[in-house]
Write a protein that binds this ligand. Structure first.
Ligand code: 13P
Ligand code: SF4
Length: 325
């Protein structure tokens, strides 16, 4: 009998659990451990479906600040989970895959940025939330693509502004606000992969379609967009606009929620330069899987651990942003 039990138990461990079982286990563990799942629109569909809260960076940051549960499982990338820990430090924040980083955050190393900042001692430092806790700690105020215009407009006209790390969002904000900002030279590999020429060609094939884009895309791509906005802005637009077909220049994961909200409409991912890659998928976001999410909830690991002093200095710029919006 013992042998039989042993065999059965071995079998259980080597079998890949079915998707249904994983989902059922995640739901059970969430209750048992008093945990909530926050997910970004770029996560795989199964993760979006199981999340307690699904949204853009701003929404998720606000939710993270309010959460009362013991554990926050952050199905997104590292800077998002880090932000949750900074604004709600008494909670255990776990991320399904610690390697889920962000090319934009990586394009701004703290030591280099500290040197850069020294050249403009009078400037107000505004940073896009897609950056590390160390960069946030070097900032005056944080913003997301949802509230960036408001944040810039809240700064007195006579103050010089440094904007980091995204030069594409920075250029877009300069056009929108008329403020002459000093830009850090960073970018997102996913949004820089869209091909202007192929988008123009595709738009000719679908003359009724509207082209919509995330502001992390390059200027020439944004210049031809009918609408530019954050992930939640893009979702609102496709819901409210009467057009039936949209060419979408942002990470492909958003199409899931777009199709869910607008079942009768057609969404075409904007083409990328390299036909051989799935470049409009964020490889970092897609490191999180349902299986890893299950394991991370079960083991309460990998956990986001931050130095208390870093939490303190990175919190104020985020709180300033939350007070503006
Ligand atoms: P949103 O805040 O618009 O969801 O953007 C997050 C992001 O990482 C875009 O690449
Ligand atoms: Fe970072 Fe770009 Fe991925 Fe967004 S899409 S998380 S900016 S690498």
């Amino acid at each position: 009998m013992a042998q039989e039990l042993q065999t059965t138990s071995n079998l259980v461990h080597t079998q890949v659990p079915s998707r249904e079982k994983l989902i059922a286990d995640i739901k059970r563990l969430k209750k048992e451990k008093n945990a909530v799942i926050l997910a970004h629109y770029y996560q795989e569909e199964a993760i979006q479906s199981i999340a307690d809260y699904l949204g853009d960076s701003l929404y998720l940051a606000k939710k993270a600040a309010e959460i009362d549960a013991e554990i926050i499982v952050f199905a997104g990338v590292h800077f998002m989970a880090e932000t949750a820990k900074i604004i709600n430090p008494s909670k255990k924040v776990v991320l399904p895959d610690l390697k889920a980083g962000c090319s934009l955050a990586d394009s701004c190393p703290p030591n280099d940025f500290a040197q850069f900042k020294k050249q403009y001692p009078e400037a107000i430092v505004v940073t896009y939330i897609n950056c590390s806790a160390e960069i946030k700690a070097l900032s005056d105020v944080v913003c997301t693509s949802s509230n960036a215009i408001k944040v810039i407009e809240s700064i007195p006209e006579d103050r010089q502004i440094i904007f980091a790390p995204d030069k594409n969002l920075g250029r877009y904000l300069i056009k929108q606000t008329g403020r002459d900002m000093i830009l850090w030279d960073g970018a997102c590999i996913v949004h820089e992969a869209f091909s202007f020429e192929k988008i123009v060609k595709l738009a000719k094939e679908y003359p009724q379609a509207k082209f919509i884009a995330h502001p992390e895309s390059e200027s020439q791509v944004l210049d031809i967009a009918h609408y530019i906005g954050s992930t939640s802005g893009l979702l609102d637009f496709v819901q409210k606009d009467e057009t039936n077909t949209f060419i979408v220049a942002t990470e492909a994961g958003i199409l899931h929620e777009m199709k869910k909200r607008c079942p009768g409409k057609i969404f075409i991912p904007a083409p990328v330069d390299d036909d051989t890659c799935a470049c409009s998928e964020c490889a970092f976001m897609k490191l999180n899987t349902l299986d890893k999410l299950h394991r991370c909830l079960l083991n309460e690991s990998p956990e986001i651990i931050l130095d208390e002093a870093l939490i303190e200095s990175a919190r104020l710029p985020i709180e300033r942003m939350l007070a503006i919006h």
